[in-house]
Each structure stands twice: as structure tokens, then as C-alpha cells.
Design a protein. Structure first.
Length: 345
């Protein structure tokens, strides 16, 4: 892609997200969401493949539907209350906008489009959809936090965590697995938002770090399926070892970074006497942990068939860039900083 076009798209992505996050007027927020969608569409269909065109079409239709729902709800709110403020909405408007934002985020039960879109695009485009594209809708939820229904958020969070875990069990494509992983993590994020916005901020930060580390490693090793992961050991043993650690962190195993948000969310749920919800959230994480462990098992604990020339290929090619060190370290070793991070977010 032309560098000028590429820089324009990246600038559009950044600007649109900032516009939505900084707006207190529904029309301006809607404008930012639309600009965000239009900026990411060429990135998704950059790959000249029918699956990329299909993914772009699905993404466009879903995002346009959600944006139309937001525009309709905000117009109705302005008609009823006489103002366009994001922080002051009626009950009907809040319910409709919440449903639209859940559609944009790919939360259950409106999640069907999300794995298909990620499967049809490149690893880095999938990373953008899984991380950066969630910031603008979540910013609107933050601003509407005082009017949201905690019960609705917690039910959708639990359902997303359950479906994200079950849906990823029978997948063999790494992008599909990461899509269901994203659905499950977003469920935990929405549950955290119902309890405390600061805890949701920390959860989102940790999720973005771990997801970025995993996607970049999958892209560098060109691992599109589970079988590909098992055969990349001769290319870069260090990369595969770090991938195993990152996957375990995504699963939420202590003492890795991914344990931090789930630990804090469960602590707050138990503090507020929501023992049943905390137990269900904890049990819903077990299927997710299973397919993370399955991926990690293939990275380190299996030896694929190989020839003598392949065995020592790693000695001549180091495919792990030094810039990945900080990201992988953050994805694995931030747990001791839990008190400081929790108090500052």
C-alpha cells in the first residue's frame, strides 16, 4: 500500500478514536465512530482475497447498523429531553445505545460476526480490530456509566465469557481462537465496568498488552493454524518459548500478568456478595484456559517431524525482534505491580 495512503488511514484511525473519546455531543461521537469504521475498512481488505472482501463487507454492515442505532437513539433522546449530551440520557436511549455498543464490541449474544471477520483478514488487521477498535465504544460506555444497568452488563459479561470459552474449544485456526479469546476477555472487561470504571481501565490495559504480544508473535512466526505453531520451533526457539508464556498469561495463570485483572474482578465480586456470579465467571474461564494450554503444549512440549537441515535452521535466522522484549515482559511480569497499577488507573 502507498505510504501516503497508509499514513492517512492510520491518522484517521487515531483521530476518530480521539474525537469519540473527547466528545460530549452525540453527533460528534457518532461522527467519530463512522470515521473510525471508514478508516479501518481499507486495512481489512488490503489482502487481495475473497475472504478479505467478505470480512470487510460483514464488518461494514455490522458497524453501520450499530452506528445507525446510536444515531437513532441519540436523536430520540434529543427529541425527548432537548439536549444531545452523552452523559445525560433517558432509560430507553441508554438501553438502545448499550445494545449498539455491544454489537460494535462483538459481545455475546451479538458476537457471530466477530470470529468470521478476524478469520478473513491479516494478523495485524485482526490485532487492530481486537484492540484499538474497542477503545471508542468503551469510551462511550465510560461516559454513560452512571446510567447503565449493572445487572445487564454483568449478564452480558458472563454470557460472553461462557461463549468465548466454549466457542474456542473446537477451533484449529489461530485467528478464530484469538477471536473467541477476545470475546471472553471483553466479557470480563464489561463485568469490571459494572463494578468499577478504574478496574475496567486496568483490565483493558492488560488485555491490550497480552493480545498485542500474542498477535505479533503469531504474525512473525506465520502461524495460521495450530499445526503451524507446532512446526515453527526450528525457526525460533526463543520466540516459541515466549509465546508459551504469553498464552499462559492470556489464560490467567498466576504468577503471570493475566492473573491480575481476573483476581481483582473476582475479589470485588466477592466483596459485594456476588458469590454466584464470581463462581460462574471463574468456571467460565476453564474452557478458555484449556485451549490456551493446548496451544502452549504445541509450542514447547511437542516435537514435529523434521529433517537434519531443518533442525539447526534457527542458528542462521533470529526472527524475534528486540522490540518485542518489552511487550512480552509486560505481558508476563506485571503481577507484582498490581497495587500501584490498581491505584493509578
Amino acid at each position: 500500500m502507498n505510504p501516503l495512503i497508509w499514513s492517512t488511514l492510520i491518522t484517521g484511525l487515531a483521530t476518530s478514536t480521539i474525537i469519540t473519546m473527547a466528545s460530549h455531543h452525540w453527533l460528534l461521537a457518532w461522527l467519530g465512530l463512522e470515521l473510525n469504521t471508514l478508516s479501518v475498512l481499507p486495512i481489512i481488505m488490503k489482502q487481495q482475497h475473497p475472504r478479505a472482501v467478505e470480512a470487510t463487507t460483514k464488518y461494514f454492515l455490522i458497524q453501520t447498523t450499530a452506528a445507525t442505532m446510536i444515531l437513532f437513539a441519540s436523536t430520540t433522546n434529543a427529541w425527548q429531553t432537548g439536549q444531545w449530551s452523552v452523559t445525560d440520557s433517558s432509560a430507553t436511549t441508554t438501553a438502545l445505545i448499550t445494545a449498539a455498543i455491544m454489537l460494535k464490541l462483538g459481545l455475546a449474544p451479538v458476537h457471530i460476526w466477530y470470529p468470521q471477520v478476524l478469520q478473513g483478514t491479516t494478523m495485524y488487521a485482526a490485532l487492530t480490530i481486537s484492540t484499538w477498535q474497542k477503545l471508542a465504544p468503551l469510551a462511550l460506555l465510560y461516559m454513560m456509566h452512571g446510567h447503565l444497568s449493572p445487572t445487564t452488563l454483568m449478564l452480558m459479561g458472563l454470557l460472553s465469557s461462557l461463549i468465548g470459552g466454549w466457542g474456542g474449544l473446537n477451533q484449529t485456526q489461530t485467528r478464530m481462537i484469538m477471536a473467541f479469546s477476545s470475546i471472553a476477555h471483553t466479557g470480563w472487561l464489561i463485568t469490571a465496568l459494572a463494578i468499577s470504571p478504574s478496574l475496567a481501565t486496568l483490565t483493558m490495559l492488560i488485555y491490550m498488552i497480552m493480545t498485542a504480544a500474542t498477535f505479533i508473535q503469531l504474525a512473525l512466526t506465520n502461524a495460521k493454524t495450530i499445526t503451524d505453531i507446532g512446526t515453527t520451533w526450528p525457526m525460533s526457539p526463543v520466540m516459541l518459548m515466549m509465546m508459551m508464556v504469553t498464552l499462559m498469561s492470556l489464560g490467567g495463570l498466576p504468577p503471570l500478568t493475566g492473573f491480575m485483572p481476573k483476581w481483582l474482578i473476582l475479589k470485588d465480586l466477592l466483596t459485594t456478595n456476588m458469590t454466584i456470579l464470581a463462581t460462574l465467571m471463574l468456571l467460565s474461564n476453564l474452557p478458555s484456559l484449556f485451549f490456551y494450554v493446548r496451544l502452549a503444549y504445541l509450542t514447547m512440549l511437542t516435537a514435529p517431524p523434521g529433517t537434519t537441515t531443518v533442525e539447526h535452521h534457527w542458528r542462521f535466522k533470529l526472527s524475534c525482534p528486540t522490540t518485542m522484549v518489552a511487550l512480552i515482559t509486560a505481558a508476563a511480569l506485571l503481577l507484582p505491580l498490581t497495587p500501584g497499577l490498581h491505584n493509578t488507573t
